[in-house]
Design a protein. Structure first.
Length: 262
């Protein structure tokens, strides 16, 4: 690094900070017109100084600071010969340049550190959410297997009435009069609609049961479906698409249906 390079960096830093005298500023502006290196140096320092208050998230420097620095420098210049003043100006510019570079490095490091912490926190939150979702699904799978393996349970498959059927299963435990519904690739209803299960007795009107929505991947698991214990014989189970809150009676034809053998 040459003395010319040092002077160029000092002048660029001082100009960016507004610390050059009017004559020196004009000389530097002439240099800017013909020197790509000078323009590059100035651009770097202007960017550094411009982002310092934002990057560090602290108030900008005291407006009186520049005045105090210049006043001190001017005071020394009056008591020193011209050569000393020039040397003092160079030292001042070097100090300002070093301060700008140091502040930029510290601020940039702080920004990188903050962003790294935010990224790590975001990844940790995503990981926890993923683990919780997996645990929830595994727990549901274990309960579903328990229902399937119960000797008192009977498995029914609900077939589509108008289109190819997804896999919709209803496991009915006749001893406890409790059922579990499990589905995969079940269409997702519009936001204001939901699926509703109906229990259809022999010779009677459909009895409203659970209202639910499918997950984003088309899966659904509805547990603890209670069947009335009033002695009625059930002829079928059906699924219809209903308003989001459910209906007291079906408002559309069954989309999926399973009949129960007598």
């Amino acid at each position: 690094m040459t003395a010319r390079d040092d002077k160029l960096r000092e002048s660029a830093a001082a100009y960016a900070l507004g610390a050059l005298g009017s004559e020196e500023a004009r000389e530097f502006e002439k240099l800017l017109a013909v020197s790509p290196e000078a323009r590059a140096e100035l651009a770097g320092y202007r960017e550094a100084i411009g982002v310092l208050p934002l990057a560090a998230d602290v108030p900008g420097p005291d407006p009186a600071l520049r005045g105090r620095v210049l006043a001190r420098a001017t005071g020394r210049a009056k008591r020193q010969p011209r050569a000393g003043r020039r040397r003092g100006d160079r030292l001042l510019r070097a100090g300002l340049a070093a301060a700008a570079v140091l502040a930029l490095g510290t601020s940039a490091l702080a920004v990188v550190s903050i962003r790294a912490r935010e990224e790590m926190a975001s990844r940790a939150d995503s990981a926890r959410a993923g683990v919780a979702a997996l645990e929830h699904r595994l727990a549901g799978r274990e309960r579903l297997l328990g229902s399937l393996l119960d000797p008192a349970s009977t498995l029914f498959r609900l077939s589509a009435t108008t289109q190819p059927s997804p896999d919709v299963q209803l496991i009915w435990n006749r001893e406890r009069e409790v059922a579990v519904l499990h589905a995969s690739e079940l269409p997702i209803p519009p936001p204001d609609r939901a699926w509703q299960l109906w229990l259809i007795p022999e010779g009677g009107a459909p009895v409203p049961s659970s209202v639910f929505r499918t997950e984003a991947d088309g899966r659904a698991l509805v547990e603890d479906i209670r069947l009335p214990t009033d002695g009625r014989r059930w002829a079928a189970f059906a699924l219809t698409e209903e308003p989001a809150g459910g209906s007291r009676a079906p408002t559309s034809a069954p989309r999926y249906l399973a009949t129960i053998a007598s």
